[in-house]
Design a protein around this ligand. Sequence first.
Ligand code: ZN
Ligand code: ZN
Length: 273
Amino acid sequence: MDSNLSQFKSVSPRPKVIIFTSILHLAVLLVFLPHTFSWSAVGVAVFLHWITIGLGISFGFHRLAAHRSLQTPKWLEYFLILCGTLALQGGVLGWVGYHRLHHLYSDRQGDPHNSNQGFWWSHINWLMHSVPMRTELSRFTKDIANDSFYRFCHRYYVELQIALAVILYFLGGWSFVIWGIFVRLFVGLHSTMFVNSACHMLGYRTHDSQDQSTNCWWVALLTFGEGWHNNHHAFQYSARHGLQWWEIDMTWITIRLLQFLRLATNVKTIDQK
Ligand SMILES: [Zn+2]
Ligand SMILES: [Zn+2]
């Protein structure tokens, strides 16, 4: 563990990510400017949080692309990957690569956000450093790396966010931009990061999953079901994360609906690998 710790402490910072993250956190303070609040702007933020984190990150990036827990028609897969790209959590190839590494080495050396490095490391500091396994990511994304749509989203995720901001500006002025971009990105980023930090430290464990993953109800609420993370580590292939009736999993409900409409097939669950 000690050698692991020193390895991480010697990693170099990523100035661009640090500057971007700082600007985002400062930009959220714009909500305190007069005349920037409106309920329609809050509605836009909530709607886009569902689109980008619920459909995009939870469904698209995580359960569909990273784990291949189900299949959808290509047009729907690409729509979900575009939604996840608009969460501005880096390119899809990097996101999937880091996540597959996390499962391979959960809470051990090689896990990019190893929770043994402390809360802040697993929450956001790992992103702001050039972790050693960054150079190995391409080995873990060979199944999607040659797909031209994935490559497009991976390459242009910043430009796509700017395009969304311009659309919001023309629809509702700065109020829509502040709530629909800055506040929504801030909430979406920390919600997702809580899965890596809080869901490896707080909450309860139902399964002995050979790591420190936990189930955390408030993270599940923020992330459309991703907070049932101990269940997920125990059954990584399963498209369903909330396993008890009270473990509400909005992404699973969405998948069931699409299954009913025959738009989701080969859906894996805990008893059906
Ligand atoms: Zn996962
Ligand atoms: Zn985890």
